[in-house]
Design a protein around this ligand. Sequence first.
Ligand SMILES: O=C(O)c1ccc[n+]([C@@H]2O[C@H](COP(=O)([O-])O)[C@@H](O)[C@H]2O)c1
Ligand SMILES: Cc1cc2nc[nH]c2cc1C
Length: 348
Amino acid sequence: MLNFQGETADTVSDISADARKRLDNKTKPPGSLGQIEAVAVQLATVQGSVVPVVDPARIIVFAADHGITAAGVSAYPAEVTAQMMANFASGGAAVCVLGAAAGASLEVIDVGVNADLEQLTGVVHAKVRAGSRNLLEEAAMTHEELDSALQVGREAVVRAVEAGQKCLGLGEMGIGNTTSAAILTGLMCGASATEVTGRGTGLNNSQLSLKQRVVADAMQRHALLADDPLECLRNAGGLEIAALVGAMLEAPAHRLPVLVDGFIVTSAALIACRLKPSVRDVLFFAHQSAETGHALALRQLAAQPLLQLDMRLGEGSATALALPLLRGAAAVLCDMASFADAGVSTAE
Ligand SMILES: O=C(O)c1ccc[n+]([C@@H]2O[C@H](COP(=O)([O-])O)[C@@H](O)[C@H]2O)c1
Ligand SMILES: Cc1cc2nc[nH]c2cc1C
């Protein structure tokens, strides 16, 4: 079986085994760094090197609006997506300050915000359409729009690689997008609307019931498509979710580790991994969001989230917080002394 850039599965498992051996020779009882050791082995395997590199790192935020907001599925008005774009551009959003604190650069991409943002500097203008269509009435995207949005994601990864980035965090912004993410998660995991529908930005009980009905209706409408991840994405996704899928599909060819943020980015991961299983190898899951359905999606992907902080913001905020853990894992492989180096006795 060929993996990554034409390597055989044997080469990949050699690197994993070498990284594992290198960790076991470090001055610590085997396995004592817990999940950080698994992260270190995965980083080494993704990059094909037992001395992996995480910096420079970039967080990419894909933003778009959603026609489904007309159904009253969000606690916030749709205009907040555009308003937050200005906040990202001026450095005031959570991901701006958390990204800066983590030493990551930030790229914010308009894939489909329903406002003219051309005057906004510091944003990549790649609008495919001013918001996706109302998925209860018609497909959220045409085939052409889906292809364009996937391409926006692929190009963002190529741009990052050309700029020398060694690790990516993926985030999103889009009022209404937890509804799309819930439908995609339900279809990809074979779960019910109640299992995958949460309060998003903060719905009350009656609003949540309405959102559950919307998700159930959409899942019923699209049930026949469950075996066709791209059609699920086109019918029930959003432009930013499609761009996230495109970015994930591109990353393995560049051996680029990717930190996945919350529920919405994970719904893109469910689609991308179904389309191309090798995507799973490059994904690291920053946290378990408080949003209903995220734990289920993570389980489906056999993913162990790095953090559990009851966050449910999106934007890539958790990828900023998890980045130092990847850095730590790389530092253990690169810089820690072995028993032989340090003259420390091994176990009896
Ligand atoms: O990442 C998450 O797990 C997450 C959970 C709930 C909400 N969000 C963010 O909130 C917005 C979507 O929420 P909603 O209620 O409008 O569907 C969108 O901008 C997301 O970034 C994000
Ligand atoms: C204010 C606000 C900020 C966000 N960031 C990501 N999703 C968001 C949703 C809201 C409502």
